[in-house]
Structure formats: structure tokens, C-alpha cells
Design a binder for this molecule. Sequence first.
Ligand SMILES: Nc1ncnc2c1ncn2[C@@H]1O[C@H](COP(=O)(O)OP(=O)(O)OP(=O)(O)O)[C@@H](O)[C@H]1O
Ligand SMILES: [Mg+2]
Length: 500
Amino acid sequence: MSLRRIVAVSKEAEVQQLARQVGQEIFVADNLDEALDIVETVNPDLILFDHRFHPTGIREFLNMTEKNSIRVPVVVVGDGRDSDLSSEFIRMGAYDYLQGRGDYNRLEQIVSRIKNKRNAVDTERTADDFFAQDYAASVSMVGRSKAFVKMLGMIRLVAASRCNPVLIVGETGTGKELAAKAIHTLRHPDEPFIAVNCAALTANLLESELFGHAKGSFTGADREKIGLLELAGAGTILLDEISEMPMDLQAKLLRVLQEKNFRRVGGVKNITCNATIIVSSNRNLYRETKAHRFRRDLYYRLNICPVIIVPLKSPDRREDIPLLAEYFLKTSTICPEKRNKITSLTKLAVEALQKHDWPGNVRELHNVIERAILLETTDKIGLSSIVIDPALDGPECSELSELVWAEPAGARGPTAGYIKDFSLAKAERELIARALQETGWQKTKAADLLGITRATLYAKVRQYNIEKGSYVVKGLQNGIPASSSPQPRRKASPSGVTTT
Ligand SMILES: Nc1ncnc2c1ncn2[C@@H]1O[C@H](COP(=O)(O)OP(=O)(O)OP(=O)(O)O)[C@@H](O)[C@H]1O
Ligand SMILES: [Mg+2]
């Protein structure tokens, strides 16, 4: 497998030779200005940058390519000695990193990745933007901002290395679990992936879930239990919300990370831990150590090669918003009848999305798009269908219609009617109830109004248990759905454990 044009920035024959093995036309540059000139003239598929030739120049070179809007992948050829530097390069914007001039296997993998992306572009133009085809469909990560591409680079680097544990940090809804699955998929897709939410379990339960326990080790332990660290085998265990792990359990986790083995609660046998341990946090763990809520030694053990996910509100990720919106629009299954009928978003709708602060990050954007699909009646999502949580969005919420569910007396306080919860299920339920009320419960008309079939309407009425007269409309203006109870914080599952 080869690429058409490669620019090798190096004076060394070995690096040029490496380029020749995977490229048809090789252009050699031996200084940065010349490299930039060649790149602009020949528009290569790849730049191989020799780190030893110009160790400090890579930063300068990446800045130069960025300034000149050059989007050619830059692969740094390192000397394989300093792994800290490799992550630094990725952070700076390099596409990938070779361990040395003989790292031909990795170069081949990189070339095939670049080629796959090209092929996908030929068949579907927009796919190039999504960077999704690098991963299995279940872990499609979408984005094109420099901050996002850097983060993807870090994921690749971490996945290809033996880095264990892996720390993923980012605000809620930025895609930490998705990133963990991406690392898992790239590293060992056929092994188990187990996610544990450390905040969802009590200290004792969490300990016996993770480590397992011996029979009779505590009251109620009437049989032996295999822990999740063991069940993960050679796969991945994700310890989500690690900051919520009790201190004494943190000490036990540290021991596992150092010794690579552990004992079941009440057990005597050492069990080897082969799993990749990924931990994620939406809190600043360094600050947690300062507040004595998180062990400093564990923090340093975890913070080797952190994958940092930049929040959506950051100016560095603004350009991901329209792309993500389009992706969610294309992949949504919320309203099968409208699938492929709504093709895009209007300019005003996109502008509105870009103006919002996204405290709930990508998850919130996903919800807003799904809601917009439900509300939209034309083939383009317009501004009026973009309903952003007014409780988070400031004064504009007063302009929203008040649509209030009738509830048993006393069930709600004096603030009843204040719009807080824009969860999708509620929005859908309310829309359906409203359509039914407006059409006097004529189901064919209501289904038409909603743009769904009668069968789907029946199913939804049953699913949501909607009954005649179950809600009251107050001062309805634009038909924007709302409800009253605050959205609960999402948890992995009632038991805090999810597996695939
Ligand atoms: N880059 C992305 N491309 C596509 N979908 C994304 C991306 N980032 C996040 N998502 C989607 O956003 C939602 C939230 O992602 P995820 O659960 O991984 O976030 P999280 O950081 O683990 O959140 P929390 O801190 O609340 O647990 C998921 O539906 C996920 O698929
Ligand atoms: Mg999560």
C-alpha cells in the first residue's frame, strides 16, 4: 500500500528510504522554508518529519503549516527513546509518531489509515470531515477542529502504546466514554469492555465489584465472586468518575496499578490483572488532590499520558458544532418517518448553535438536534426548531411557551410551569399529547401533524401512557414543548456497571 507523494524533511538517507517504501514520488527538503515551499507546490499526501534533523523545528513547522492552512498529515520520525516527546508532538498537532527510522510497520498502518480515509472521501464527500471511519461504527467520533484532531492523535498514540493506566479528562458530555471505547477498539477490539461508575456504588459494593470476594469474607458473601478487574481479562475496564472513589479504595487501586495484581476481598491468592485500566474524570484531579479528596500518588500514577477533551464551548472547538449537528441529523433514529427527509440545517440555525455555551457539551447538542428533528416540519432544520434548554440559556426562556402537565394536586410547587426539563422523551411525549389535543384526539390527523404513521402514534401513546385530558396548555405560542421536573444526572446503569 503506498501514497502518491511524500515530502521527507530530513537529511538522512534512512528517512528518505523509509519514505520511498510507502510513497511513489518522494520530495526531500532539508530546511523548514524549503519544506513549506515544496508542500505548497506539490500538495503531498504525507509529510515525514525527522525529529533528529530538527528537534525544535517541529513546533515551528507545525505552526507554519497551520498558519498556511495546510492540512497534510505530519508524521514525526522520532528516535524511540523519549516517549514524553511523542505525546508532546501529538499535542502540538502532529498526525502520528514513529518510534524510529526502522518503524516501518507503524508507517504502513498510518499509510493505510490515510488511504482508507481518502477512499471514504471518494464515496462520500462529507465523511472526510467526520474522522469516523477510523473507528468501528459504535465509536464514531466526529470533529475536525485542531483541538479535536489533536485529541484523536492522542487516542491513537495511547492505543498503540502500552500506556496503562490511561486517564481521560473532560467536562460532562464531552465524550470521555466514547474516547475510552475508541482506545479499547483500537487496542483490543475482541476483548471485553467493562465500564464501572465509581459514583454509583457504595464503597463496599464498589470494592467487591472490582476485586471480587472470597466465600464467607463478609456477611452475605455466601459464595465466591469474580471481580470486574478479573472479568475484563485482557480487555478494558473503564473506571468512570474516578474522583468519587473512596480514599482507601484509591490506595488499593494504586497497588493494582503498580503490582499488576490484586486479591479478592477476604482472599489470599494473588490474581494477575491484564486489563487496560482507563479512568475518567470530569473534575480537576489536581485540585482534588489539593483538597485532600484524591490521593496525590495515584494522581501522578494516572497522569502519564492524559487524553484531554476540550469542551464544546471552547473557541477551539467551535467548528465542530455544525459538523456534529449534521452528523446527529444524519444518524438519528428518533423519527424514522423523517429519516433522510430533513437534509440540513439553515444558516440561522447553525449560528444559533454556535452561539450557545453548551454546558452539557456534545450530549446536549445531540439532544437539541434530536428535539429539532421532532419539531421540524420542513426539509431543513430552522431556527424555530432549535430549542435550547431555557433554564440554562438565560432570559430568552421567558419567551417560550408555557406548556404545563396537569398533575395531582400538591404534586408540584408554586413554580409549576417553569420550564426546566427538555429531556427528549418528555419533549416527544408533550408534542404527541399536544397534537392529540389539538386534533381532538383524531389519531390520523394527529399522526399527520406529527409527520409519523398512525401505527407509530399508537405505539408512542401506549409507551408514554398518554391519556385524554392529561395536560393543560397555557399561553401556547410557538408550540415549544416543555415540562417541569429537573433532568436527572445520567448514570451508567442502576448498578453502575455496563459491559459490552
Ligand atoms: N466527538 C463526538 N462525536 C460523536 N458523538 C459524540 C462525540 N463526543 C461525544 N459524543 C456523544 O455525546 C454523548 C456523551 O458522550 P459520553 O457519554 O462519552 O460523554 P462523557 O464525557 O462520558 O459524559 P459524562 O461525564 O456525563 O459521563 C454520547 O451520546 C456520545 O456518543
Ligand atoms: Mg461518562
